[in-house]
Structures are given as C-alpha cells and as structure tokens.
Design a protein around this ligand. Structure first.
Ligand code: FES
Length: 124
C-alpha cells in the first residue's frame, strides 16, 4: 500500500520527522537526496528512535602500536542515535552498530514528483 507523506520542502537534511500511519509511527530521514524510513520504535526498549539525531560516523586512524593518530568523520556513513539510551543504527540499513542482533524495522520510502511516498507491507 502506497502512502503519500509530505512534500520534499517539508524535509530538512538529517532532521528526522515522524508520521502516524493509522497507528504505525514511521520516521522519515532525508539525506543527500535519499529518503529512509523506519518504524519509530527502537528494538532495545521501544524508544522513539526516529526522534534522535543523525550524525556522521567518527573513525579513528591507528598507528602500528594501535595509538590514535587521527580522528575524522565519514560523511558517507551516517548513524541514527536513539534518544533514550544512545544505541546507534546505520542510516542506510537500520542495523545496530552496538548490538548486531538488533535492527530497525525498515520501510521502502521514495521521492516521486517532489513528494515523499512510503510503501507499507499491507498489499492485500
Ligand atoms: S530504547 Fe533505544 S537505545 Fe534503549
């Protein structure tokens, strides 16, 4: 089932917004022309994960002695952070970076004629 959610002008880069789809709360995150959609329900303890912040992954460069010689952010690897306990999820996949067994429930979201659409699983 296709849901028309909002006009693209309502989205801000890396600023999640939540929509209620008949009782199912879904967060939309816009980044670099892509839209991502996840259920606003953190699998850790049910927190409103899509109300959290989105940030670039921080990477460390180590020398041969495993000492940090550089620290930088990777703009291609974004993380969504749950505001309750700080679990981080890969924006592209919804996989938890702290607890590999946890993943956000992902939906197919896309842009069409400057509107954001979401495909729910209810096709019958
Ligand atoms: S409920 Fe999201 S990190 Fe705990």
């Amino acid at each position: 089932m296709e849901h028309k959610l909002c006009h693209i002008s309502e989205l801000e880069e890396r600023k999640p917004i939540a929509f209620d789809l008949e009782g199912l709360e879904v967060g939309i995150i816009f980044s670099k022309g892509q839209v991502y959609a996840y259920e606003n329900n953190c699998p850790h303890f049910g927190g409103p994960v899509c109300l959290g912040d989105v940030f670039s992954q921080i990477k460390l460069e180590l020398n041969d002695q495993q000492m940090v010689v550089d620290e930088y952010t990777d703009e291609n690897e974004l993380r969504l952070v749950c505001p309750w306990h700080g679990f981080e999820y890969e924006l592209k996949t919804g996989k938890c970076t702290i607890e590999p067994n946890l993943s956000l429930r992902k939906f197919h979201a896309y842009l069409k004629e400057n509107y954001v659409y979401l495909q729910s699983e209810q096709n019958e």
